[in-house]
Design a protein around this ligand. Structure first.
Ligand code: AMP
Ligand code: TRP
Length: 334
């Protein structure tokens, strides 16, 4: 789906609390959420049960959950307008996931690229959990419980949404009309922000720190990471002709500066990498400054955050439990 304006839709998305959020998460996902929140019904989840499908630290998980909640709100999610909640607070997600797994197509599931990528990083076949394999079914449950029409995510999630549609379609034809088929909503320019150290890989919080810009990075850290970002051999600043490394930096500059491609190409016509990188760093720093100020305020006020999540969980339960009940009736379980 292109970047058209949406109104009166039910929108659901989520992020895993598996580390600090980076500008890829912001440009690929959260930035769209803020825009969509105005004229739609929006539900934003912190998907902690997805985060435990790979090795993690149970001691720090509660803090990572609050980090993501604080990031949502600091970025502009308004908990009065949107439902913000933690996945594990709504038991219907795991229950529906089991029910859907009875019809999930094993062959198609085996082709999920995120599963392949994540399992490659684990040491042996037995280090790969069954939950990592069934992860997309839990994601389908997240989406389908809320009558979701649109799922704003980065490009990497498209395959999971296609699977969600296929599962919903199969359920509807087997058990009767129950689920709405969701559509992905993927940004045109920043669907896939690449690593600063390897432009062939997407920016990811599970890679080395210098490969991504965290939303909470201090100005000096941002300057250093951008100065160290790989470039191409020739210094051309063109959205069409530059190599992959510079194209990625240009995409980041465009997203943060809100300038047009023509303006940017003209601005850096005779520039050196040093000029361009310092302009890019300052633009990223200035844009992130208000976010960071708000993040620090909210994150230090745990009580307020917990209250928001408690209320969000309660609202989510109401919607999710009703849908789960309907599913159980259809499947002959009630
Ligand atoms: P994750 O961190 O995998 O939970 O991803 C959360 C959201 O950010 C999803 O919508 C992803 O598609 C999006 N996302 C993650 N990494 C990137 C990236 N490098 N570029 C654009 N979007 C991304
Ligand atoms: N799988 C998504 C990711 O890695 C996170 C996610 C889980 C999600 N459930 C979701 C995204 C439901 C959108 C809707 O980014």
């Amino acid at each position: 789906m292109p970047q058209e304006t949406l109104t009166n839709k039910t929108i659901f998305s989520g992020i895993q609390p598996s580390g600090i959020l980076h500008i890829g998460n912001y440009l690929g996902a959260i930035r769209q959420w803020i825009k969509l929140q105005q004229d739609n019904t929006t539900i934003f989840c912190i998907v902690d049960e997805h985060a435990i499908t790979v090795p993690y630290d149970p001691k720090t998980l509660p803090d990572r959950v609050l980090d993501v909640a604080a990031a949502y709100i600091a970025a502009g999610i308004d908990p009065e307008k949107s439902i913000v909640f933690v996945q594990s607070n709504v038991a219907a997600h795991t229950e529906l996931a089991w029910l859907l797994s009875t019809i999930a197509p094993y062959g198609q599931m085996s082709r999920m690229t995120q599963f392949k990528d994540k399992s490659k990083k684990l040491s042996s076949k037995d280090a790969i959990s069954l939950a990592l394999f069934s992860y997309p079914v839990l994601m389908a449950a997240d989406i389908l419980l809320y009558g979701t029409q649109v799922v704003p995510v980065g490009e990497d999630q498209k395959q999971h949404i296609e699977l969600t549609r296929d599962i919903a379609e199969k359920f509807n034809s087997q058990f009767g009309e129950t689920f709405i088929l969701p559509e992905p909503y993927i940004p045109t320019d920043s669907a896939r922000i690449m690593s600063l150290t390897d432009p062939a890989k997407k920016m990811s919080k599970s890679d080395a720190e210098k490969s991504y810009i965290a939303l909470t990075d201090a100005p000096d850290v941002i300057r250093k990471k951008i100065a160290g970002a790989v470039t191409d051999t020739e210094a051309i600043f063109s959205f069409k002709k530059s190599g992959p490394a510079v194209k990625n930096l240009l995409a980041i500059y465009k997203a943060f500066s809100d300038k047009t491609e023509e303006e940017i190409e003209k601005q850096f016509d005779d520039a050196t990498y040093k000029d361009f990188k310092s302009a890019l760093a300052e633009t990223v720093i200035t844009t992130l400054e208000p976010f960071q100020k708000k993040y620090n305020e909210i994150r230090s006020e745990d009580t307020e955050l917990r209250l928001i999540l408690g209320k969000g969980g309660h609202r989510a339960q109401g919607i999710a439990n009703a849908k789960l009940h309907e599913v159980k009736i259809k499947m002959g379980l009630v």
